[in-house]
Design a protein around this ligand. Structure first.
Ligand code: KG4
Ligand code: ZN
Length: 347
């Protein structure tokens, strides 16, 4: 185990995030004051392949990570030896990508004599809304909606989490990305559909809202994607030009309704009326509006992270790692990635 006592209010934590296709490095002071932050997105590199290519992502992290660490430290005018902690994502995510972050963190930890802690990427997402909100305290419910995850987590205390329900098949972000491909829109599909939907009529096509009325906290998006695929096929066979804004708005409405229905169910089941959201799909404008202004939203108070904190970033990893460290969580000296790490349980 890597030792050391709790960190004080002035201690610096370096966060490193390389779980998927974004290389993130951030420096925070104390619990969550952002001192410097850099993110190198690979979206353009992967767009030409229509999705993330794992080997390519790992190579890009390898190229980008150390220069980003260097720049962040230089921007903050500190040296590695001034740090109190290095927090690095150890899973879930792509094995090759995680490996680059974890190996770099271990090497820097050795070189600088600074302890390192492995962070669960999903716990990082739980912390994202807390970075900018002073008054958000557990218990709360967290909807994590990204390209790889769609789940509702009950946060009883920091470090004590219960997975209430998750998707049976595709994640919401994955559904957006696949739907975009069906309509011939570029990767990543979420932001593209979001943009197109602004000009469209959400009632134009009556797509099914998956599992809207079941009594379980669960999601499913593969059937919705198929419904869209059939609709597009039909329109193509009729020789009609695709009404993209209407298709996007109708698809987005169905995804949003499915997510809101289960947030609402979770609020009813638990009696917890504080709701947070994070992950890439938390940037979706329809979801943000529904979480704050829909009829259902009268039952809860929603905390939305700023746009930069929705998608993967290193600030949330630094904040989660620093908090875990001060709760007494320690990582083994031979810290290794765990690509299929889940969330739930107590530390
Ligand atoms: O959290 P994230 O950056 O990476 C993962 O951990 O997956 O999320 C990326 C996902 C992609 O599927 C992308 O299409 C989706 O988030 N996304 C959106 C929006 N912005 C990003 N989905 C819907 N609306 C958006 N505005
Ligand atoms: Zn993520």
């Amino acid at each position: 185990m890597i030792g050391g006592g709790p960190l004080g209010a002035e201690a610096l934590t370096l966060g490193i995030e390389t779980s998927c296709d974004d290389t993130g490095v951030a420096l925070i002071r104390g619990e969550r004051t952002v001192v410097a932050e850099l993110l190198s997105s690979q979206i353009r590199d992967h767009a030409r392949f229509g999705g993330v290519v794992p080997e390519f992502a790992a190579r890009k992290h390898l190229e980008n990570l150390l220069p980003l660490v260097d720049s962040v430290l230089r921007t903050a005018n500190v040296s590695g030896k001034d740090l109190g902690l290095i927090a690095v994502t150890r899973g879930p995510g792509l094995m090759g990508s995680l490996m680059v972050g974890v190996q770099a963190a271990r090497a820097l930890s050795q070189a600088w004599g600074v302890p390192v802690i492995g962070v669960n990427h999903l716990e990082g997402h739980l912390f994202a809304p807390m970075v900018d909100a002073d008054d958000l305290r557990p218990p709360f419910l967290s909807l994590i909606v990204s390209g790889g995850h769609t789940e509702i987590v009950r946060v009883d205390a920091l470090g004590r989490y219960a997975l209430l329900g998750e998707t049976r098949d595709d994640a919401a972000g994955e559904a957006y990305d696949k739907a975009a491909r069906v309509m011939g829109l570029p990767y990543p599909g979420g932001p593209e559909i979001d943009r197109m939907a602004r000009e469209g009529d959400p009632g134009a096509f009556d797509f099914p809202v998956p599992l809207e009325h079941t009594k379980e906290i669960e999601f499913s998006f593969s059937g919705l994607k198929t419904a869209l695929l059939w609709q597009v096929k039909r329109l193509n066979e009729e020789g009609r030009e695709l009404p993209l804004p209407d298709l996007c708005a109708s698809f987005q409405r169905a995804v949003t309704k499915a997510l809101i229905a289960k947030v609402s169910l979770a609020v009813r089941k638990t009696g917890i009326r504080s709701v947070t959201v994070s992950g890439g799909v938390a940037a979706n404008s329809a979801l943000r509006t529904a979480l704050t202004h829909s009829r259902e939203a009268r039952r809860w108070r929603a905390w939305l992270p700023g746009f930069g904190r929705c998608t993967d970033n290193a600030v949330m990893i630094a904040a989660a790692g620093r908090n875990a460290w001060n709760r007494g969580v320690r990582s083994p000296k031979d810290l290794t990635p765990d690509p299929s790490l889940g969330i739930g349980g107590t530390d």
